[in-house]
Ligand binder design. Structure first.
Ligand code: BG6
Length: 489
């Protein structure tokens, strides 16, 4: 359990706060993981009293939390809730914020420890951080801490990421900056480390000697919903490849860290990200698409260009696929294919290590034998699958592909905490292994920037694909160029 502290939420009216952050705080309280000396402060423009904000938290908890609603937990949490009304250019509001935090220190015993969660667009960071600095809330005094939590997008390319980091580091040392990549908070992602490094079974084949290629897929069945303002001009590659997928790649491909401290993990992740080579032939090794209207899952859905708030001539990609290679001894010659998209046939995130074919097959009837594969199912059907060939009963020697499955639900009775529960508690504990450091963010942009520049230079729009299908033809062609195919999870 963390020591006494207060968490200040900027952006309380946003979707993330309502659907993820407030429910996660309640779930932590329900699991007995919030300290007795805790305070939650919301900061927003709305003309709310503490009770109004508490009601907002209450409603979001009722609707979205993972654990059952308990009156005692709520009553305790409600005591700790405060609201500060103001805009980011309102100096007085930040003076009031400081006073509120002092009041919480006195009444709730939050000990002068404060975490500032900037769930606001990055263009606001400068102003918020300047205001916090002006009123002395970023000062580090002995025995007290002040931390900042930032959400992606961490810039839109390397240059803007570096500018943003300059702003953040002007007020907070790197050890006090917590960059959220919520995929790292997922149980299944952390299990990747357990699978690789707690077992003897997998590591011997985890290299170019046996692996043919790796596919990392993040498919979503939803469209962009009400997020036009954020998504348009950003697109699938910046939205999730730059962060979630490259982090998954790093955990899949890195060497064993000496221990799981933040520093040792950082060293290994950084080494592997630095060894990633962007595609050599952009036309061959990348694909981008944009969903069009269609019947998907029994309903008629709109195409990207028909979504509210999207300009008719938008070139934003909702499907992005890239091939990268890793220039090191373990992975030389093993392509890593990353794809991320909206409006796919189903929601699935997985990492599939596809093995080379057996060097010799003393069978004739192998028509239904695919490549062996180790599939790490990140979500929603969390677990691990091994795909291999087995004899079909009572035939002579017909081989067909079968699966061996580990599912979380089948092996454990506990349900997995939400990623944000884990990440918020780690912020309050000051335990940083699950947060990407600045150098990783920059390395990821170095990988992606050349692809984004290439796409921006094309006179064409992204290739259309019908909603509810597995992407544009160019994506299939990209795999076919090396004689491979995308998995249909
Ligand atoms: C976010 C992206 O980081 O992840 C969204 O910005 C995406 O576009 C979301 O929908 C998916 O998260 P999850 O946890 O549902 O896979």
């Amino acid at each position: 359990m963390p020591g006494p502290c207060a968490l200040v939420l900027f952006g309380v009216t946003g979707d993330l706060s309502r659907k993820k952050l407030m429910p996660a705080l309640y779930d932590l309280a329900n699991r007995g993981l919030l300290p007795p000396g805790f305070g939650l402060v919301g900061f927003a423009r709305r003309d709310w009293a503490d009770e109004d904000f508490a009601q907002v938290v209450h409603d979001s908890v009722r609707e979205h939390s993972r654990t059952p609603f308990r009156e005692e937990t709520w009553a305790q949490l409600m005591e700790s809730i405060r609201f500060v009304q103001g805009t980011f250019d309102d100096d007085e509001a930040f003076v009031r914020l400081k006073a509120t935090l002092q009041e919480l220190d006195n009444v709730q015993g939050t000990g002068g420890n404060h975490a500032f969660y900037l769930s606001v667009p990055p263009r606001m960071f400068n102003q918020v951080i300047a205001q916090l600095t002006r009123v002395g809330l970023t000062e580090h005094s002995p025995g007290r801490w002040s931390r900042v939590v930032i959400e992606k997008p961490f810039g839109r390319d390397l240059t803007s990421a570096q500018e943003l980091e300059k702003t953040v580091s002007s007020a907070f040392p790197e050890s006090s900056v917590f960059r959220i990549d919520h995929y790292l908070g997922k149980e299944t992602v952390q299990n990747l480390l357990a699978l690789r490094f707690a077992n003897q079974l997998f590591e011997p084949i985890w290299s170019r000697t046996y692996i043919d290629h790796v596919q990392i897929t993040m498919a979503e069945d939803i469209g962009i919903g009400g997020r036009a303002g954020y998504y348009d001009g950003i697109g699938a590659a910046r939205d999730v490849i730059q962060n979630h997928l490259l982090q998954l790649l790093a955990l899949t491909a890195m060497e064993e860290p000496t221990s799981f401290t933040a520093e040792n993990l950082r060293i290994e992740k950084q080494k592997v990200l630095d060894a990633v080579r962007p595609p050599r032939d952009f036309a061959r090794d990348t694909a981008r698409g944009q969903y069009t209207g269609a019947w998907a899952g029994g309903v008629k859905v709109r195409g990207y260009l028909e979504e509210d708030g999207i300009p008719q001539d938008s070139r934003t990609e909702t499907y992005a696929a890239i091939r990268v290679d890793i220039d090191n001894r373990r992975w030389a010659g093993v392509p890593f294919y990353l794809r991320a998209a909206k409006r796919m046939p189903r929601r699935v995130t997985e990492i599939a290590l596809v093995l080379q074919p057996a060097p010799h097959l003393p069978f004739t009837d192998v028509a239904e034998l695919g490549a062996n594969a180790i599939v790490l199912r990140i979500q929603p059907d969390e677990g691990v699958t091994l795909r291999f060939g087995a004899k079909v009963p009572s035939t002579q020697m017909e081989i067909r592909e079968v699966s061996m499955d580990f599912t979380y639900g089948g092996s454990f009775t506990e349900s997995s905490p939400e990623a944000y529960e884990r990440l918020i508690i780690d912020v309050l504990l000051g335990d940083p292994p699950l947060f990407p450091q600045r150098a990783q963010v920059e390395a990821s942009w170095r990988i992606l920037d050349p692809v984004l520049d290439y796409w921006a230079s094309l006179p064409t729009t992204p290739d259309p694909y019908a909603s509810g299908t597995w992407g544009p033809e160019s994506a299939a062609a990209m795999m076919a160029a090396s004689g491979r195919t995308w998995r249909r999870p």
